[in-house]
Design a protein around this ligand. Sequence first.
Ligand code: FAD
Length: 468
Amino acid sequence: MAYDVIVIGSGPGGYVAAIRASQLGFKTAVVERESLGGICLNWGCIPTKALLKSAQVFEYIQHSKDYGISVSKAEADFEAIIKRSRGSADKMSKGVQFLMKKNKIDVLMGTAKLKGKNQVEITDKDGKTSVQDAKHIIMATGARSRELPNLKIDGKKVIGYRDAMVLPKQPKSMIVVGSGAIGVEFAYFYHSLGTKVTIVEFMPRIVPVEDEDISKELEKIYKKKGLEIMTNSSVESVDTSGSGVKARVKTEKGEVTLEADVVLSAVGITANIENLGLEALGIKTDKGKVLVDKYYQTNVPGIYAIGDMVPGQALAHVASKEGIVCVEAIAYNEKKYAHKPEPIDYMNIPGCTYCAPEIASVGYTEKAAKEAGYEVKVGKFPFSASGKAIGAGAPEGFVKVIFDAKYGEWLGTHMIGANVTEVIVQTVTARKLETTYQEVLDSIHPHPTMSEAVKDAIEAAYGEAIHL
Ligand SMILES: Cc1cc2nc3c(=O)[nH]c(=O)nc-3n(C[C@H](O)[C@H](O)[C@H](O)COP(=O)(O)OP(=O)(O)OC[C@H]3O[C@@H](n4cnc5c(N)ncnc54)[C@H](O)[C@@H]3O)c2cc1C
Protein backbone atom coordinates (compact mmCIF):
# COMPACT_ATOMS: atom_id res chain seq x y z
CA MET A 1 0.00 0.00 0.00
CA ALA A 2 1.25 3.48 -0.84
CA TYR A 3 -0.04 4.90 2.43
CA ASP A 4 -0.93 3.72 5.91
CA VAL A 5 -3.51 6.49 6.25
CA ILE A 6 -5.29 8.66 3.68
CA VAL A 7 -7.42 11.46 5.06
CA ILE A 8 -10.13 12.97 2.83
CA GLY A 9 -10.61 16.64 3.68
CA SER A 10 -8.18 19.00 5.39
CA GLY A 11 -10.42 20.86 7.84
CA PRO A 12 -9.71 20.86 11.59
CA GLY A 13 -10.79 17.20 11.62
CA GLY A 14 -8.72 16.07 8.65
CA TYR A 15 -5.48 18.02 9.01
CA VAL A 16 -5.24 17.32 12.74
CA ALA A 17 -5.88 13.59 12.17
CA ALA A 18 -3.16 13.59 9.50
CA ILE A 19 -0.61 15.26 11.78
CA ARG A 20 -1.33 12.86 14.65
CA ALA A 21 -1.10 9.92 12.22
CA SER A 22 2.27 11.12 11.01
CA GLN A 23 3.47 11.66 14.60
CA LEU A 24 2.52 8.05 15.35
CA GLY A 25 4.65 6.80 12.48
CA PHE A 26 2.03 6.31 9.74
CA LYS A 27 2.82 7.23 6.14
CA THR A 28 0.04 9.72 5.56
CA ALA A 29 -1.63 11.72 2.79
CA VAL A 30 -4.40 14.31 2.83
CA VAL A 31 -6.72 14.87 -0.13
CA GLU A 32 -8.28 18.33 -0.43
CA ARG A 33 -10.50 19.70 -3.20
CA GLU A 34 -10.42 23.35 -2.23
CA SER A 35 -8.23 25.04 0.42
CA LEU A 36 -6.14 23.54 3.20
CA GLY A 37 -7.77 24.17 6.56
CA GLY A 38 -11.35 23.46 5.46
CA ILE A 39 -14.34 25.54 6.46
CA CYS A 40 -12.99 26.47 9.87
CA LEU A 41 -9.88 28.25 8.65
CA ASN A 42 -11.17 29.51 5.31
CA TRP A 43 -14.91 30.13 5.73
CA GLY A 44 -15.81 29.59 9.36
CA CYS A 45 -14.18 30.13 12.75
CA ILE A 46 -11.26 32.30 11.69
CA PRO A 47 -12.56 34.76 9.05
CA THR A 48 -15.73 35.37 11.10
CA LYS A 49 -13.69 36.17 14.18
CA ALA A 50 -11.65 38.64 12.12
CA LEU A 51 -14.87 40.32 10.94
CA LEU A 52 -16.23 40.40 14.47
CA LYS A 53 -13.02 42.00 15.75
CA SER A 54 -13.40 44.82 13.22
CA ALA A 55 -17.00 45.33 14.37
CA GLN A 56 -15.90 45.37 17.98
CA VAL A 57 -13.13 47.91 17.33
CA PHE A 58 -15.63 50.12 15.48
CA GLU A 59 -18.07 49.85 18.41
CA TYR A 60 -15.30 50.73 20.86
CA ILE A 61 -14.37 53.80 18.86
CA GLN A 62 -18.00 54.88 18.73
CA HIS A 63 -18.12 54.59 22.52
CA SER A 64 -14.65 56.04 23.06
CA LYS A 65 -16.14 58.93 25.06
CA ASP A 66 -17.18 56.40 27.71
CA TYR A 67 -13.45 55.74 28.18
CA GLY A 68 -12.52 59.43 28.28
CA ILE A 69 -11.23 59.56 24.72
CA SER A 70 -12.65 61.68 21.93
CA VAL A 71 -12.34 60.55 18.36
CA SER A 72 -13.60 62.99 15.76
CA LYS A 73 -15.05 60.61 13.17
CA ALA A 74 -14.71 56.90 12.68
CA GLU A 75 -15.72 55.30 9.44
CA ALA A 76 -15.98 51.61 8.68
CA ASP A 77 -14.38 50.69 5.35
CA PHE A 78 -16.37 47.57 4.46
CA GLU A 79 -14.04 46.49 1.68
CA ALA A 80 -10.99 46.80 3.92
CA ILE A 81 -12.73 44.85 6.69
CA ILE A 82 -13.50 42.01 4.26
CA LYS A 83 -9.92 42.13 2.97
CA ARG A 84 -8.53 41.84 6.49
CA SER A 85 -10.76 38.84 7.18
CA ARG A 86 -9.68 37.10 3.97
CA GLY A 87 -6.05 37.83 4.90
CA SER A 88 -6.51 36.09 8.27
CA ALA A 89 -8.00 33.04 6.52
CA ASP A 90 -5.14 32.91 3.99
CA LYS A 91 -2.54 33.15 6.73
CA MET A 92 -4.11 30.22 8.60
CA SER A 93 -4.43 28.11 5.45
CA LYS A 94 -0.75 28.71 4.67
CA GLY A 95 -0.01 27.65 8.24
CA VAL A 96 -1.62 24.27 7.54
CA GLN A 97 0.46 23.97 4.37
CA PHE A 98 3.56 24.50 6.50
CA LEU A 99 2.39 21.91 9.05
CA MET A 100 1.79 19.32 6.31
CA LYS A 101 5.32 19.81 5.04
CA LYS A 102 6.83 19.78 8.51
CA ASN A 103 5.08 16.48 9.30
CA LYS A 104 5.99 14.94 5.92
CA ILE A 105 2.34 14.52 4.92
CA ASP A 106 1.61 14.34 1.19
CA VAL A 107 -1.03 16.83 0.08
CA LEU A 108 -3.00 15.53 -2.91
CA MET A 109 -5.16 18.27 -4.41
CA GLY A 110 -8.41 17.01 -5.95
CA THR A 111 -11.80 15.52 -5.17
CA ALA A 112 -11.69 12.15 -3.50
CA LYS A 113 -14.06 9.23 -3.74
CA LEU A 114 -13.87 5.79 -2.13
CA LYS A 115 -13.05 3.33 -4.86
CA GLY A 116 -12.80 0.22 -2.78
CA LYS A 117 -12.15 -0.76 0.80
CA ASN A 118 -8.53 0.40 0.56
CA GLN A 119 -8.63 2.70 -2.45
CA VAL A 120 -9.29 6.35 -3.01
CA GLU A 121 -9.86 7.81 -6.46
CA ILE A 122 -8.74 11.41 -6.81
CA THR A 123 -9.90 13.71 -9.60
CA ASP A 124 -7.84 16.87 -10.00
CA LYS A 125 -9.09 20.24 -11.30
CA ASP A 126 -8.29 19.26 -14.88
CA GLY A 127 -10.42 16.12 -14.59
CA LYS A 128 -7.43 13.78 -14.43
CA THR A 129 -7.95 10.82 -12.11
CA SER A 130 -5.52 8.75 -10.10
CA VAL A 131 -6.00 6.01 -7.54
CA GLN A 132 -4.14 5.80 -4.25
CA ASP A 133 -4.33 2.95 -1.80
CA ALA A 134 -4.16 2.98 1.97
CA LYS A 135 -4.65 0.60 4.84
CA HIS A 136 -6.90 3.11 6.61
CA ILE A 137 -9.09 5.80 5.07
CA ILE A 138 -10.44 8.62 7.24
CA MET A 139 -13.23 10.73 5.77
CA ALA A 140 -13.42 14.30 7.08
CA THR A 141 -15.37 16.07 4.34
CA GLY A 142 -17.25 18.49 6.61
CA ALA A 143 -20.45 20.31 5.77
CA ARG A 144 -22.01 23.22 3.90
CA SER A 145 -24.91 25.67 4.44
CA ARG A 146 -28.23 23.92 4.84
CA GLU A 147 -30.82 25.10 2.33
CA LEU A 148 -34.54 25.33 3.06
CA PRO A 149 -36.81 24.59 0.09
CA ASN A 150 -38.50 27.99 0.42
CA LEU A 151 -35.22 29.83 0.93
CA LYS A 152 -32.99 28.83 -1.98
CA ILE A 153 -29.55 30.40 -1.78
CA ASP A 154 -28.73 32.37 -4.95
CA GLY A 155 -25.55 33.95 -3.58
CA LYS A 156 -26.76 37.48 -4.30
CA LYS A 157 -30.01 38.30 -2.55
CA VAL A 158 -30.47 35.10 -0.61
CA ILE A 159 -27.05 34.32 0.73
CA GLY A 160 -25.28 31.68 2.83
CA TYR A 161 -22.45 32.20 5.28
CA ARG A 162 -19.75 32.13 2.62
CA ASP A 163 -21.39 34.95 0.65
CA ALA A 164 -21.93 36.92 3.86
CA MET A 165 -18.16 36.93 4.39
CA VAL A 166 -17.31 38.42 0.99
CA LEU A 167 -20.20 40.70 -0.03
CA PRO A 168 -18.96 43.29 -2.52
CA LYS A 169 -20.69 46.07 -0.60
CA GLN A 170 -22.34 46.50 2.74
CA PRO A 171 -26.12 45.98 2.55
CA LYS A 172 -28.31 48.68 4.05
CA SER A 173 -30.66 46.08 5.46
CA MET A 174 -30.50 42.35 6.11
CA ILE A 175 -32.86 39.64 7.31
CA VAL A 176 -31.02 36.91 9.18
CA VAL A 177 -32.97 33.67 9.19
CA GLY A 178 -31.91 31.49 12.11
CA SER A 179 -30.37 32.60 15.39
CA GLY A 180 -27.83 29.89 16.15
CA ALA A 181 -24.16 30.86 16.51
CA ILE A 182 -23.69 31.74 12.83
CA GLY A 183 -26.89 33.82 12.68
CA VAL A 184 -26.27 35.91 15.79
CA GLU A 185 -22.59 36.45 14.93
CA PHE A 186 -23.38 37.86 11.48
CA ALA A 187 -26.34 39.81 12.92
CA TYR A 188 -23.97 41.55 15.35
CA PHE A 189 -21.31 42.16 12.69
CA TYR A 190 -23.62 43.78 10.17
CA HIS A 191 -25.62 45.71 12.76
CA SER A 192 -22.43 47.17 14.25
CA LEU A 193 -21.39 48.51 10.87
CA GLY A 194 -24.77 50.19 10.36
CA THR A 195 -26.86 47.61 8.48
CA LYS A 196 -30.48 47.40 9.67
CA VAL A 197 -30.75 43.79 10.86
CA THR A 198 -33.87 41.72 11.55
CA ILE A 199 -33.47 38.24 13.01
CA VAL A 200 -36.22 35.73 12.21
CA GLU A 201 -36.19 32.67 14.45
CA PHE A 202 -38.55 29.71 14.20
CA MET A 203 -38.10 28.72 17.86
CA PRO A 204 -39.55 30.71 20.79
CA ARG A 205 -36.12 32.16 21.67
CA ILE A 206 -32.85 33.13 20.04
CA VAL A 207 -29.72 30.96 20.51
CA PRO A 208 -32.18 28.14 21.23
CA VAL A 209 -29.60 25.53 22.23
CA GLU A 210 -28.39 27.70 25.11
CA ASP A 211 -29.80 27.93 28.63
CA GLU A 212 -33.03 29.96 28.64
CA ASP A 213 -31.50 32.70 30.80
CA ILE A 214 -28.76 33.21 28.20
CA SER A 215 -31.32 33.55 25.40
CA LYS A 216 -33.27 36.13 27.40
CA GLU A 217 -30.14 38.15 28.18
CA LEU A 218 -28.90 38.18 24.57
CA GLU A 219 -32.33 39.16 23.29
CA LYS A 220 -32.47 42.04 25.80
CA ILE A 221 -28.97 43.23 24.84
CA TYR A 222 -29.55 42.89 21.08
CA LYS A 223 -32.86 44.76 21.27
CA LYS A 224 -31.16 47.53 23.28
CA LYS A 225 -28.51 47.77 20.55
CA GLY A 226 -31.31 48.19 18.00
CA LEU A 227 -31.58 44.79 16.32
CA GLU A 228 -35.08 43.62 15.44
CA ILE A 229 -35.90 40.13 16.70
CA MET A 230 -38.85 38.01 15.62
CA THR A 231 -39.16 34.68 17.43
CA ASN A 232 -41.81 32.01 16.80
CA SER A 233 -41.60 33.17 13.19
CA SER A 234 -40.67 31.54 9.92
CA VAL A 235 -39.89 32.77 6.43
CA GLU A 236 -42.50 31.22 4.17
CA SER A 237 -41.26 32.55 0.83
CA VAL A 238 -39.00 35.18 -0.67
CA ASP A 239 -39.54 37.36 -3.72
CA THR A 240 -36.26 38.48 -5.28
CA SER A 241 -37.75 40.00 -8.44
CA GLY A 242 -37.40 43.64 -7.33
CA SER A 243 -34.31 45.59 -6.34
CA GLY A 244 -34.17 43.91 -2.91
CA VAL A 245 -35.92 40.97 -1.28
CA LYS A 246 -39.44 40.71 0.04
CA ALA A 247 -39.82 37.97 2.64
CA ARG A 248 -43.20 36.65 3.67
CA VAL A 249 -42.89 35.83 7.36
CA LYS A 250 -45.39 33.81 9.37
CA THR A 251 -45.60 35.04 12.96
CA GLU A 252 -47.80 34.13 15.90
CA LYS A 253 -49.97 37.13 15.08
CA GLY A 254 -50.31 36.45 11.37
CA GLU A 255 -48.26 37.09 8.25
CA VAL A 256 -46.03 40.08 7.59
CA THR A 257 -43.85 41.04 4.64
CA LEU A 258 -40.34 42.21 5.44
CA GLU A 259 -38.19 44.05 2.91
CA ALA A 260 -34.41 44.07 2.88
CA ASP A 261 -31.41 44.24 0.56
CA VAL A 262 -30.44 40.65 1.38
CA VAL A 263 -31.57 37.61 3.33
CA LEU A 264 -28.93 35.55 5.10
CA SER A 265 -29.96 31.93 5.50
CA ALA A 266 -28.32 30.67 8.70
CA VAL A 267 -30.47 27.63 9.36
CA GLY A 268 -27.75 25.08 9.97
CA ILE A 269 -25.55 22.80 7.96
CA THR A 270 -25.74 19.71 5.74
CA ALA A 271 -22.94 17.15 5.85
CA ASN A 272 -20.93 16.54 2.66
CA ILE A 273 -21.65 12.83 2.23
CA GLU A 274 -22.69 12.76 -1.42
CA ASN A 275 -20.49 11.41 -4.24
CA LEU A 276 -18.08 9.80 -1.82
CA GLY A 277 -18.85 6.25 -2.89
CA LEU A 278 -20.51 5.38 0.43
CA GLU A 279 -23.40 3.46 -1.13
CA ALA A 280 -21.21 1.17 -3.22
CA LEU A 281 -19.31 0.11 -0.11
CA GLY A 282 -22.48 -0.17 1.98
CA ILE A 283 -21.35 2.45 4.50
CA LYS A 284 -24.25 3.22 6.82
CA THR A 285 -25.67 6.72 7.20
CA ASP A 286 -28.55 8.13 9.19
CA LYS A 287 -30.24 11.55 8.94
CA GLY A 288 -27.57 12.72 6.50
CA LYS A 289 -24.57 11.76 8.65
CA VAL A 290 -22.16 8.82 8.52
CA LEU A 291 -22.59 6.38 11.39
CA VAL A 292 -19.46 5.48 13.35
CA ASP A 293 -18.46 3.69 16.55
CA LYS A 294 -16.81 5.43 19.51
CA TYR A 295 -13.46 5.27 17.70
CA TYR A 296 -14.99 6.65 14.47
CA GLN A 297 -14.85 3.45 12.44
CA THR A 298 -17.78 3.04 10.04
CA ASN A 299 -19.50 -0.32 9.62
CA VAL A 300 -16.78 -1.11 7.03
CA PRO A 301 -13.48 -1.96 8.79
CA GLY A 302 -10.62 0.33 7.81
CA ILE A 303 -12.90 3.22 6.81
CA TYR A 304 -13.53 5.97 9.34
CA ALA A 305 -15.39 9.29 9.50
CA ILE A 306 -14.92 12.31 11.77
CA GLY A 307 -16.00 15.95 12.16
CA ASP A 308 -19.11 17.64 10.82
CA MET A 309 -20.02 14.59 8.70
CA VAL A 310 -20.73 12.41 11.77
CA PRO A 311 -23.32 12.88 14.55
CA GLY A 312 -22.27 15.12 17.46
CA GLN A 313 -21.65 18.82 17.88
CA ALA A 314 -20.48 20.42 14.60
CA LEU A 315 -17.55 22.33 16.05
CA ALA A 316 -13.91 22.64 15.07
CA HIS A 317 -12.51 21.45 18.41
CA VAL A 318 -14.81 18.41 18.28
CA ALA A 319 -13.64 17.52 14.76
CA SER A 320 -9.99 17.81 15.84
CA LYS A 321 -10.38 15.65 18.93
CA GLU A 322 -12.33 13.06 16.96
CA GLY A 323 -9.43 12.95 14.49
CA ILE A 324 -6.91 12.41 17.28
CA VAL A 325 -8.98 9.72 19.03
CA CYS A 326 -9.59 7.95 15.71
CA VAL A 327 -5.90 7.83 14.77
CA GLU A 328 -4.72 6.91 18.26
CA ALA A 329 -7.20 4.01 18.31
CA ILE A 330 -5.83 2.77 14.96
CA ALA A 331 -2.27 3.06 16.31
CA TYR A 332 -3.23 1.31 19.57
CA ASN A 333 -4.76 -1.61 17.64
CA GLU A 334 -1.58 -1.86 15.55
CA LYS A 335 0.60 -1.74 18.68
CA LYS A 336 2.20 1.54 17.60
CA TYR A 337 0.81 3.39 20.61
CA ALA A 338 0.58 2.15 24.17
CA HIS A 339 -2.28 4.29 25.41
CA LYS A 340 -5.85 3.28 24.53
CA PRO A 341 -7.60 6.58 23.82
CA GLU A 342 -10.56 7.53 25.93
CA PRO A 343 -13.77 7.98 23.92
CA ILE A 344 -15.04 11.57 23.80
CA ASP A 345 -17.61 12.63 26.39
CA TYR A 346 -20.05 14.64 24.27
CA MET A 347 -21.65 16.07 27.41
CA ASN A 348 -18.44 17.91 28.23
CA ILE A 349 -17.91 19.90 25.05
CA PRO A 350 -17.69 23.67 25.33
CA GLY A 351 -19.71 25.70 22.87
CA CYS A 352 -18.79 29.30 22.15
CA THR A 353 -20.63 32.04 20.27
CA TYR A 354 -18.64 35.13 19.41
CA CYS A 355 -21.44 37.67 19.28
CA ALA A 356 -21.12 40.68 21.57
CA PRO A 357 -21.30 39.97 24.38
CA GLU A 358 -19.90 36.48 23.91
CA ILE A 359 -21.65 33.29 25.01
CA ALA A 360 -19.91 30.19 26.34
CA SER A 361 -21.42 27.09 27.83
CA VAL A 362 -20.79 23.46 28.70
CA GLY A 363 -22.83 20.61 30.16
CA TYR A 364 -26.48 20.62 31.12
CA THR A 365 -28.75 23.64 30.86
CA GLU A 366 -30.90 24.12 33.97
CA LYS A 367 -33.93 22.74 32.11
CA ALA A 368 -32.05 19.70 30.74
CA ALA A 369 -30.61 18.93 34.19
CA LYS A 370 -34.08 18.97 35.75
CA GLU A 371 -35.47 16.89 32.91
CA ALA A 372 -32.66 14.37 33.49
CA GLY A 373 -33.91 14.01 37.05
CA TYR A 374 -31.31 16.08 38.92
CA GLU A 375 -32.21 18.21 41.88
CA VAL A 376 -30.14 21.28 41.09
CA LYS A 377 -28.29 24.00 42.94
CA VAL A 378 -28.00 27.08 40.75
CA GLY A 379 -25.76 30.09 41.32
CA LYS A 380 -25.61 33.24 39.27
CA PHE A 381 -23.17 36.11 39.31
CA PRO A 382 -23.81 39.22 37.23
CA PHE A 383 -20.87 40.98 35.59
CA SER A 384 -22.35 44.26 36.88
CA ALA A 385 -20.82 43.19 40.24
CA SER A 386 -17.41 42.29 38.72
CA GLY A 387 -14.58 44.78 39.11
CA LYS A 388 -12.91 43.61 35.88
CA ALA A 389 -16.13 43.99 33.88
CA ILE A 390 -16.87 47.42 35.35
CA GLY A 391 -13.32 48.63 34.64
CA ALA A 392 -13.58 47.32 31.09
CA GLY A 393 -16.91 49.06 30.53
CA ALA A 394 -18.56 45.66 29.93
CA PRO A 395 -21.01 45.11 32.80
CA GLU A 396 -23.50 43.14 30.71
CA GLY A 397 -24.17 39.44 31.26
CA PHE A 398 -23.56 36.89 33.95
CA VAL A 399 -22.17 33.47 34.86
CA LYS A 400 -24.64 30.76 35.80
CA VAL A 401 -23.46 27.48 37.32
CA ILE A 402 -25.53 24.37 37.88
CA PHE A 403 -24.62 21.69 40.42
CA ASP A 404 -26.29 18.45 41.40
CA ALA A 405 -27.67 19.17 44.89
CA LYS A 406 -27.20 15.57 46.07
CA TYR A 407 -23.61 14.69 45.16
CA GLY A 408 -22.19 18.06 44.18
CA GLU A 409 -21.45 17.13 40.54
CA TRP A 410 -20.80 20.21 38.43
CA LEU A 411 -23.51 19.78 35.80
CA GLY A 412 -23.07 22.85 33.66
CA THR A 413 -21.94 26.45 33.24
CA HIS A 414 -23.53 29.11 31.05
CA MET A 415 -21.99 32.53 30.57
CA ILE A 416 -22.70 35.64 28.60
CA GLY A 417 -20.30 38.57 28.80
CA ALA A 418 -17.11 40.08 27.42
CA ASN A 419 -14.45 37.46 26.58
CA VAL A 420 -16.27 34.61 28.32
CA THR A 421 -15.18 32.22 25.57
CA GLU A 422 -11.75 32.37 27.25
CA VAL A 423 -13.21 31.39 30.61
CA ILE A 424 -15.30 28.28 29.90
CA VAL A 425 -12.41 25.79 29.82
CA GLN A 426 -12.17 25.97 33.62
CA THR A 427 -15.54 24.21 33.91
CA VAL A 428 -14.59 21.70 31.22
CA THR A 429 -11.42 20.73 33.09
CA ALA A 430 -13.15 20.66 36.47
CA ARG A 431 -15.93 18.45 35.10
CA LYS A 432 -13.39 16.14 33.49
CA LEU A 433 -11.57 15.82 36.84
CA GLU A 434 -14.87 15.43 38.70
CA THR A 435 -13.93 18.30 40.96
CA THR A 436 -16.14 19.29 43.88
CA TYR A 437 -17.40 22.84 44.37
CA GLN A 438 -15.25 23.12 47.49
CA GLU A 439 -12.09 22.25 45.53
CA VAL A 440 -12.89 24.97 43.01
CA LEU A 441 -13.44 27.50 45.78
CA ASP A 442 -10.17 26.37 47.34
CA SER A 443 -8.35 27.10 44.06
CA ILE A 444 -7.41 30.76 44.21
CA HIS A 445 -8.80 32.81 41.35
CA PRO A 446 -6.86 35.87 40.19
CA HIS A 447 -8.35 39.30 40.76
CA PRO A 448 -9.61 41.21 38.88
CA THR A 449 -10.59 38.80 36.12
CA MET A 450 -13.72 37.70 34.32
CA SER A 451 -12.86 34.15 35.43
CA GLU A 452 -13.34 34.90 39.12
CA ALA A 453 -17.04 35.41 38.32
CA VAL A 454 -17.23 31.60 38.02
CA LYS A 455 -16.02 31.29 41.61
CA ASP A 456 -18.50 33.99 42.66
CA ALA A 457 -21.35 32.11 40.93
CA ILE A 458 -20.37 28.89 42.74
CA GLU A 459 -20.30 30.76 46.05
CA ALA A 460 -23.79 32.03 45.22
CA ALA A 461 -25.00 28.47 44.50
CA TYR A 462 -23.85 27.36 47.94
CA GLY A 463 -25.05 30.44 49.85
CA GLU A 464 -21.52 31.73 50.40
CA ALA A 465 -21.52 34.74 48.07
CA ILE A 466 -19.12 37.46 49.19
CA HIS A 467 -19.66 39.98 46.41
CA LEU A 468 -23.45 39.94 46.08
C1 FAD B 1 -19.56 30.76 9.60
C2 FAD B 1 -19.07 29.67 10.48
C3 FAD B 1 -18.44 29.97 11.67
C4 FAD B 1 -17.98 28.97 12.50
N1 FAD B 1 -17.36 29.30 13.67
C5 FAD B 1 -16.92 28.32 14.49
C6 FAD B 1 -16.26 28.64 15.71
O1 FAD B 1 -16.08 29.80 16.04
N2 FAD B 1 -15.82 27.62 16.48
C7 FAD B 1 -16.01 26.31 16.14
O2 FAD B 1 -15.61 25.42 16.88
N3 FAD B 1 -16.63 25.97 14.98
C8 FAD B 1 -17.08 26.95 14.17
N4 FAD B 1 -17.68 26.61 12.98
C9 FAD B 1 -17.82 25.18 12.65
C10 FAD B 1 -16.52 24.61 12.10
O3 FAD B 1 -16.09 25.39 11.02
C11 FAD B 1 -16.71 23.18 11.69
O4 FAD B 1 -17.24 22.45 12.77
C12 FAD B 1 -15.40 22.53 11.27
O5 FAD B 1 -14.83 23.23 10.19
C13 FAD B 1 -15.62 21.07 10.88
O6 FAD B 1 -14.40 20.51 10.53
P1 FAD B 1 -14.30 19.27 9.53
O7 FAD B 1 -12.86 18.93 9.50
O8 FAD B 1 -15.29 18.26 9.91
O9 FAD B 1 -14.78 19.82 8.12
P2 FAD B 1 -14.48 21.12 7.25
O10 FAD B 1 -13.78 22.17 8.02
O11 FAD B 1 -15.77 21.46 6.63
O12 FAD B 1 -13.47 20.59 6.16
C14 FAD B 1 -13.83 19.66 5.22
C15 FAD B 1 -12.88 19.73 4.05
O13 FAD B 1 -13.10 18.63 3.20
C16 FAD B 1 -12.98 19.05 1.86
N5 FAD B 1 -13.71 18.08 1.05
C17 FAD B 1 -15.04 17.82 1.06
N6 FAD B 1 -15.34 16.82 0.22
C18 FAD B 1 -14.17 16.44 -0.35
C19 FAD B 1 -13.82 15.44 -1.29
N7 FAD B 1 -14.73 14.62 -1.81
N8 FAD B 1 -12.52 15.34 -1.66
C20 FAD B 1 -11.59 16.16 -1.14
N9 FAD B 1 -11.86 17.11 -0.24
C21 FAD B 1 -13.13 17.23 0.18
C22 FAD B 1 -13.60 20.43 1.86
O14 FAD B 1 -13.14 21.18 0.75
C23 FAD B 1 -13.08 20.98 3.19
O15 FAD B 1 -11.85 21.64 3.02
C24 FAD B 1 -18.14 27.61 12.12
C25 FAD B 1 -18.74 27.29 10.91
C26 FAD B 1 -19.19 28.30 10.10
C27 FAD B 1 -19.83 27.93 8.81
